[in-house]
Ligand binder design. Structure first.
Ligand code: AMP
Ligand code: MG
Length: 343
């Protein structure tokens, strides 16, 4: 037994030494150019030029996804989600396969989450977006949208009316008053696609965070875990759990990420498709999954369901776990979550 133990220790040491012998160093790069947030890449590379090549490759692809999935801006020579929205009820729009794939994924996410993550909720989200922006600009006059106009808008959110023709690579919105908002899934889906491209190029120790949507590609050199902290929704200095991950994604949706204040009460950006109001069940939900797109869709959706329903959904998907931060700041975990907690 003693002999086995010392062999094990030697193996671990050899492993650690071999990674040192690899001469890989930790590098970091940051960009503010994509998805209107901070994107960070951490990787272990042989030298700076290898890392620069990797980070430029990642930022370039993410920039492409950012333009394609943009709902607010036009880009010369590109048909993006905004182009699809602008042509609602008028004509099908020819788009890049990356958009077709995102929308097929989103339809599937809608079914999986029983409608709680709905990329066709654009007409409702647009109203909230407008009130939030003006409320942030002019806090004294911040107002809530009236339920009547939200209900009217909600009659134009049928995801079945996103007509996808894979052969022709076109998308048509069959209701002229509907629009797409892919904010709940775009970052995670893009991160997953980028991770696959990176892995294909043979990179093994890379961590990418797109505004807190984190994806771990492989492990650190020597096989050790990446440590990823969960954000504290209260920002009150209280310690939150740190997760240990390899080849996993972790995505958090939270009430603190985007909000405005009306009469002293905060109204955030995740809208319950049934209530048409910001969800009220939790301060945040963090999902760990093998698939970053799925983690993103689930974190948004699970914010909009009671704990029991969310837990049942999370526990039914293999390789997927979650942490819920309740309004009183207590923390709940899915059945298998504890395996990721740093000891
Ligand atoms: P996330 O931060 O991933 O939870 O996504 C939030 C963003 O998704 C919001 O800013 C909206 O653009 C959009 N969104 C909000 N509520 C929903 C919902 N119930 N289904 C789909 N998208 C939503
Ligand atoms: Mg999401």
């Amino acid at each position: 037994m003693k002999k086995l133990l010392s062999m094990l220790i030697i193996l671990i040491l050899v492993f650690t030494f071999s990674s040192c012998a690899d001469g890989k160093k930790r590098y970091e790069a940051e960009s503010l150019q994509v998805f209107d947030t901070v994107t960070k890449i951490i990787a272990y590379s042989k030298n700076k030029s290898e890392f620069t090549e990797l980070s430029e490759f990642v930022f370039d692809i993410l920039n492409e996804y950012h333009k394609l999935y943009d709902i607010y801006h036009d880009y010369h020579g590109i048909n993006n989600i905004k182009t699809i929205n602008d042509n609602a009820g008028k004509s099908p729009v020819k788009v890049d396969k990356k958009i077709i794939d995102l929308l097929l994924f989103s339809k599937n996410a809608y079914t999986k989450t029983r409608g709680k993550c709905n990329v066709a909720l654009g007409s409702v989200l647009k109203i909230w977006h407008k009130y939030r922006e003006s409320g942030i600009d002019d806090p004294q006059n911040a107002k809530l949208p009236d339920l009547g106009s939200l209900r009217k808008a909600a009659s134009h959110t049928d995801i079945g009316k996103i007509i996808i023709d894979e052969k022709k690579s076109t998308v048509f919105l069959a209701d002229p008053k509907m629009s797409l908002d892919v904010g709940a899934v775009a970052k995670g889906f893009a991160a997953e696609c980028v991770a696959q491209e990176i892995a294909l190029r043979g990179y093994t120790s890379v961590l990418i965070s797109i505004g807190g949507n984190v994806i771990a590609i492989g492990a650190k050199p020597g096989g050790s875990f990446w440590n990823v902290g969960i954000e504290n929704p209260d920002n009150d200095g209280k310690e939150m759990p740190t997760l240990q991950l390899k080849d996993k994604s972790v995505v958090t949706s939270g009430v603190y990420q985007r909000y405005y204040t009306v009469n002293g009460k905060q109204y955030h950006h995740i809208i319950d498709p049934e209530a048409l109001m910001p969800s009220t069940y939790f301060k945040s939900v963090t999902v760990v999954s093998d698939d970053s797109g799925l983690a993103d869709a689930l974190s948004t959706a699970v914010m909009c369901m009671p704990y029991e329903q969310g837990k049942e959904l999370i526990d039914s998907i293999s390789g997927t776990d979650a942490v819920w931060v309740l309004p009183d700041s207590n923390i709940l975990y899915s059945d298998n979550f504890k395996q990721y907690l740093k000891k």
